[in-house]
Design a protein around this ligand. Structure first.
Ligand code: DQA
Length: 148
């Protein structure tokens, strides 16, 4: 049975393609997600992609993954920097034994000061940032490389 990975994208990421292309590139979310699904299949993982602008919906999905024992690739977008509720849901997910990889298209550490804080990072197995869609693909490879 292949491992299930939930690939979650937070607020404003549905606008990829037209949103600040000099920072986030020109790939649409649909194109990014089709790369994610292809990479997951090649790695023998079963991935599901979802995006929301809604904090409560994102928290619900993190709890769903925690209950089901799924690993999660999460781009929390702006929630990264201030949502203690998303951070706590990530802590719960990790506490339940799921792996969490935090991803960002850009490298928040090289941008404005408010982006230098992540309230999610403490619960992540690891963080991959700065490689565009490649951050998501590298996260899948990292998960696939972990045993157990
Ligand atoms: C982002 C970085 C965040 O600072 C920003 O709020 C986003 C996208 C990224 O993927 O680079 O919405 O998470």
């Amino acid at each position: 049975m292949s491992r299930h990975v939930l690939v979650l994208s937070g607020p404003n990421l549905a606008a990829l393609g037209s949103r600040e292309p000099e920072i986030y590139g020109t790939l649409t979310l649909a194109e990014l997600e089709s790369q994610v699904l292809a990479e997951a299949a090649a790695l023998g993982l079963e991935a599901t992609c979802r995006q929301t602008d809604d904090e409560a919906e994102l928290i619900g999905w993190l709890h769903e993954a925690a209950a089901a024992g799924w690993d999660v690739v999460l781009n929390p977008a702006a929630f990264t920097h201030y949502s203690y509720a998303v951070g706590d849901a990530c802590a719960h997910l990790a506490g339940m034994g799921s792996r969490l990889v935090e991803v960002h298209l850009s490298n928040p550490a090289s941008r404005e000061a408010f982006r230098h804080t992540s309230v999610v990072a403490r619960s992540a197995t690891g963080t991959i940032a700065g490689f565009g869609a490649g951050s998501y693909l590298l996260a899948l490879r990292a998960l696939a490389s972990l045993t157990g």
